[in-house]
Design a protein around this ligand. Structure first.
Ligand SMILES: [Zn+2]
Ligand SMILES: [Zn+2]
Length: 356
């Protein structure tokens, strides 16, 4: 005769385990942000290092599913299911809840909870205000899984409205020059546009074709970005004094040189490293990031009150070390395949010596 027993509490690695395909939850048989095709995927947001095509089924927010369909086509997965933020989806004996991450439109943390153990997979996130997406909501948990893209004390992002102020001041000072702003096409570009509008700039903003689809999606989703015009089809010589937003790579193309005496700007957390701005030929670096900076990583870790921190990617070492000094258990997961496309222009060398 056996005594009736309650299911024992999971050991953390039984509920969520790093694998080559990404984080895997064995009792639910799902992966989170898998980097390889899997039968069942939960996806935090639409950046291409997290949201890939070819999974059997995908559970993600409405916006993330829409962004994936725009980028990969409607058939990007065998089936799709909408995750409504705040609503629990039970798979097997595991409860999953999507909670806003404040990173880009539709971005979510995923709360994984079973048998009294709660793990939060934060995905990419930031704490700074962003008029284009819902703000990050801290969720108290046992284990907090965080990125560390800017996990070094040198990375402290100034307020983004001040950076956009620098752009508009430059436009005022150089009314004959075209200001070309490199900004990643999902999230950063639209955030920069929204901040430009908040600063009171009312002229049309011009965009590169690579930014068009996602920008239209943001507008259709109710994010006011004012009048946006495509550069394509225009005589670029007539665009002196205008603001043009394009993918970061385009700022270094021949494409960019056809504007009148262009001022090259780049909106990225990496612009905190002046050597990098110089190396990329950026005349006007704008330190605007969709990732938490060092201070916000630490503040978030304190806020969620987790006893244990797992670091997915980025500058894991410094963050893990800090956790140790704060009396928290912490470990790097060494997940491969991430490095936000939004900030990936960096080629991942955050350890550059800061020059300023
Ligand atoms: Zn991202
Ligand atoms: Zn990422």
């Amino acid at each position: 005769m056996t005594l009736a027993r309650q299911s024992p509490r999971w050991r953390p690695a039984e509920l969520l385990v790093p694998t080559p395909a990404g984080l895997f939850c064995p009792p639910a048989d799902i992966h989170i942000d898998p980097v390889r095709p899997v039968p069942r995927a939960l996806i935090t947001h639409g950046h291409s290092d997290h949201a890939r095509a070819g999974h059997g089924s995908v559970l993600a927010t409405r916006e993330t599913l829409a962004i994936m369909a725009l980028r990969y086509g409607e058939g990007f997965a065998g089936s799709q299911q909408v995750a409504v933020p705040g609503e629990v989806v039970r798979i097997g004996e595991v409860d999953f809840t999507f909670v806003p991450a404040g990173h880009v439109l539709g971005s979510a943390q995923i709360v994984v909870e079973s048998r009294g153990l709660r793990i939060v997979v934060s995905g990419d996130y930031k704490r700074e205000r962003d008029p284009t997406c819902a703000p990050f909501e801290p969720v108290p948990c046992d284990i907090f899984i965080t990125e560390a893209t800017f996990g070094l004390p040198v990375f402290r992002h100034p307020p983004a409205d001040g950076e956009v102020g620098k752009l508009l001041e430059s436009v005022r000072l150089f009314p004959e020059r075209t200001h070309i702003v490199g900004a990643y096409s999902l999230g950063k570009a639209q955030r920069v546009m929204a901040l430009i509008r908040e600063a009171g700039y009312e002229k049309p903003i011009y965009i590169h074709g690579a930014v068009e689809t996602i920008t239209e999606f943001y507008q259709a989703d109710g994010i006011p970005l004012g009048e946006i015009r495509l550069v394509a089809g225009m005589d670029r010589k007539t665009l002196g004094g205008e603001i043009v937003i394009c993918p970061p790579s385009a700022t270094q193309d021949l494409w960019a040189r056809r504007f009148p005496d262009p001022v090259t700007a780049f909106a990225s957390g990496w612009m905190r490293i002046r050597a990098r701005a110089r190396q990329k030929g950026v005349e006007l670096p704008l330190v605007i990031s969709d990732h938490a900076d060092w201070d916000d990583l630490l503040a978030t870790i304190r806020e969620v009150q987790a006893g244990e921190i797992w670091v997915t990617h980025g500058e894991a070492e410094a963050l893990v070390h800090w956790c140790g000094t704060a009396g928290l258990k912490a470990k790097p997961l060494h997940l491969v395949g991430y490095g936000d496309e939004g900030e990936a222009e960096s080629e991942g060398e955050a350890a550059d010596a800061p020059v300023a």
